[in-house]
Design a protein around this ligand. Sequence first.
Ligand SMILES: [Zn+2]
Length: 321
Amino acid sequence: MIEAIYKMKPSCHQAVWGGTKLLTEYRQPAGASTCAESWVLSAHENGSATLASGKAAGERFSDWIVGDGACTLGTHGKTFERFPVLIKLIDAAAPLSVQVHPDDAFAWAHEHEYGKTEMWLILQSEPGAFLYFGVERDLSPEEVRQRAENGTLEDVLHKEAVHPGDVFFIKAGTIHAIGAGITLCEIQQNSNTTYRLYDYHRRDQNGQLRELHLDKALRVSCLQKGEAGPSFLQPENIPGGRYTLLGQCRYFISERYDCETACDIPLGEDSFRSLVVIRGKGMLTVNGQSIQARQGDSFYVPAQKGCCRMEGAFSVCVTRV
Ligand SMILES: [Zn+2]
């Protein structure tokens, strides 16, 4: 039996740069003192989420979505070879490595998975927080290699200040790094392929330097100065709240609903919806089925006609394909 809406239990991941906000403010079940990434909607083999409501509660999402849940993907959702998206909450107490992700063609050929275009919605940032997003001027592969090796790569990366609500769209091939003091929601292709260029010479909990992948990174990196800065957003008033298109590409469409009293999220038979609660608390109702929602919660809504009713003062990030 297919439910109208499912709560998800995320897969939590540690890293040298992880902080505590996902535990304290987003109630992620990390079972540890820090949490770097919480994969709130994931069918990836490196960390599937688990269904947490309904008759299938306890089943791994990666198993369910190719079994009983396959019919929930929608007419467009089912055209992808694998489940198309991976959605995360990320809390960087320290900066992430300077990295790049390959596009589909390179990733299928070398890693047997999707490439990775990703989008960040900044949830919280400490004063002065910044990230690296592309290069500051056109560079040669030789210069990048030399700077990665002698620790001066940051000098030629484009540095961007961040504020809560900002959206950054990181195409595959864009060199980037999330800086310290940033908590965000990441919407990305379902891929776990990262090529590290530089990791600040820091060591992990076992005293080891993390592996770098300079050769592959240089093969996939765009070394021309590109467009920089956060996406231009145009929030619109809707009955009961506000609506903002965050970003769209051939891989996903993400939208933000800020509900003050009650508002409706349109559903469709084209695609499932991922709902991640990024602020406040309230109630979600889909086709007569209601479920409590709080900051940090993640829900999977099967492709279907009708609406998801939001009631309360809270915000959700909605993703479909
Ligand atoms: Zn990345």
